[in-house]
Design a protein around this ligand. Structure first.
Ligand SMILES: [Zn+2]
Length: 141
């Protein structure tokens, strides 16, 4: 009469396996959830609180995410590069003069809401572009 014991063990193994599977699935989910929260950091216009971009849009250009540049007038800018910046409004025509990123043309970008100058759009052709935004004109909430 070993049958009930055998069945009981099968059930245990089944339940145990199910539990393990559940744990295996639960942990990575928790981690990715945390990671998602960690990366979900919006950046806002310091002047008017308009949502400009997100920390997770940061990219390294010229080997660095943050760069320090002087414009031809001798003004110093700390510029951070972003893939997208939906709160920006692109103004004027593109120029390749004094471009900080070789091969890229630039256009001024302002805040969509208050028109404060936030940085530049750097583009190469129609599909390759990134935003270089002045760090001191952005803030986290
Ligand atoms: Zn603004």
């Amino acid at each position: 009469m070993h049958l009930p014991t055998f069945r009981f063990r099968q059930q245990l193994e089944f339940l145990h396996g199910f539990k393990n599977e559940f744990n295996l699935k639960a942990n990575p989910l928790d981690e990715s959830d945390l990671e998602h929260k960690e990366k979900d950091k919006h950046l806002y216009c310091k002047a008017c609180n308009n949502k400009i971009t997100n920390e997770n849009q940061k990219i390294a250009m010229g080997g660095k995410i943050e760069n320090t540049f002087f414009n031809p007038h001798g003004n110093l800018f700390q510029v951070c590069c972003f893939k997208e910046a939906q709160g920006c409004h692109i103004v004027g025509v593109s120029s390749s003069e004094f471009s900080w990123f070789p091969g890229y043309s630039w256009q001024i970008v302002n805040c969509l809401c208050c028109q404060n100058h936030l940085g530049w759009l750097f583009s190469k052709g129609l599909k390759t572009y990134f935003f270089g935004l002045i760090i001191t004109r952005l803030k986290q909430k």
